[in-house]
Design a binder for this molecule. Sequence first.
Ligand SMILES: Cc1cc2nc3c(=O)[nH]c(=O)nc-3n(C[C@H](O)[C@H](O)[C@H](O)COP(=O)(O)OP(=O)(O)OC[C@H]3O[C@@H](n4cnc5c(N)ncnc54)[C@H](O)[C@@H]3O)c2cc1C
Length: 416
Amino acid sequence: MNLNCDVLVLGAGMVGVSAALALQARGRDVVLVDRRGVAEETSHGNAGIIQREAVVPYSFPRDWKVVIDYALNRRTEAHLHHWDLMGLAPWLWEHFQNSAPDRVEAAARAARPLVERCIDEHEALMRPAGIADVIRHTGYLRVYRSAERLAADSAASASAAARWGVVTESIDLARLREIEPHLHGPLVGGLLKPQAVSVSDPGAVGKAYAALFQQRGGRFVTADARAIEPAGGCWRLSGARPAIEARDVVVALGPWSNEVLRPLGIELPLIGKRGYHKHYAAQHGAALSRPVFDVEVGYVLAPMARGIRLTTGAEFARLDAAPTPVQVEKSEPRAREIFPLGDALDQEAWLGRRPCLPDMLPAIGPVPGKPGLWLDFGHHHLGFTLGPVSARLLAQLMSGEAPFTDPAPYRPERFA
Ligand SMILES: Cc1cc2nc3c(=O)[nH]c(=O)nc-3n(C[C@H](O)[C@H](O)[C@H](O)COP(=O)(O)OP(=O)(O)OC[C@H]3O[C@@H](n4cnc5c(N)ncnc54)[C@H](O)[C@@H]3O)c2cc1C
């Protein structure tokens, strides 16, 4: 006997769980599927920032000196597996082209309607999930080691404020000591992004949302999503026991989404931009009140329930390549220069994969020619931020409601 439902959501990261809740809120009978538990991959190990300030996306450097440094693994913020370069080159080239100033501007214009609503959409789920108090309204702090770089970024922030409504407060050394008294060492000041908020356990937020989905009658099934196939006007997941049939299916498998799409004849230019984290104790009761980005080195220190989480920048490698946490090794001594980190609390660094499309926008919407097949993935550095707001847009499109923003920039067929 089959299990029948309206919608199968494949992938229970922040994006899939949010989609399941938004569809359920519109009266759909939803089954959420993952091969692991809820929010145990990328949505577990991120820096926990709901980046209301991140309208302008993370693009690829255009300065050739920096590009060469990246290629030679001379910087901490990026790491490249040279033996995977052939496979990554087409994506990197497209991403490089999309990182031209006019295209970044276009991406920011397209991202703004999503980013602007990110906190409201999270709060609308946190309240009924009983975790409204987990949000820290303390912003996100960028700290600087050189006055030149601080001045340059300060000027860029002023222009972003005018164009994108992103607020930045310049923080001199005295104010820095006041708001983060345990930061020390070679810092000259910072830029505070007060609109951003953060949490101390992003995986727990995903799990709380999934618990709300289940309390409201939603079902979670552990199964491999790769067995999805069209079956007589609906979709059938034969790998589940019992098999599940649904009218609609949403692919929200983050960096693994192509593994399900390829057998259906669809492939988007998706990579998993890898990143690591490791937790540390803090010495002598030292603490941070907000995530801190050491801009010129390229890592974040985020205060988490488990300890201080050091998260790294981007590693360009095959999705399933063996972990090479060299960025953690390079960042740790630099982090000790600015904060009294104690012992490492994890034996191994955690590895996550940011699902990235080359134009820095997610794919949200229907797949032309495949009735009932919907996509919601590719949220790059912002999947924790954008899961709930993307879910609203997806659910509106699936329900025939007027979408709150023009969905054209996110349409899956834009790469065809
Ligand atoms: C170091 C780091 C720091 C970050 N910091 C932030 C931050 O501060 N703020 C922010 O907004 N974003 C941040 N991000 C990005 C963010 O974590 C991701 O964009 C987001 O988690 C992606 O969510 P997702 O649901 O699309 O993917 P995932 O969370 O990866 O979920 C995909 C799910 O699909 C499941 N799956 C895969 N294959 C199958 C299969 N065959 N069958 C069944 N299930 C399958 C997986 O088990 C997984 O649960 C960070 C990322 C990293 C790596």
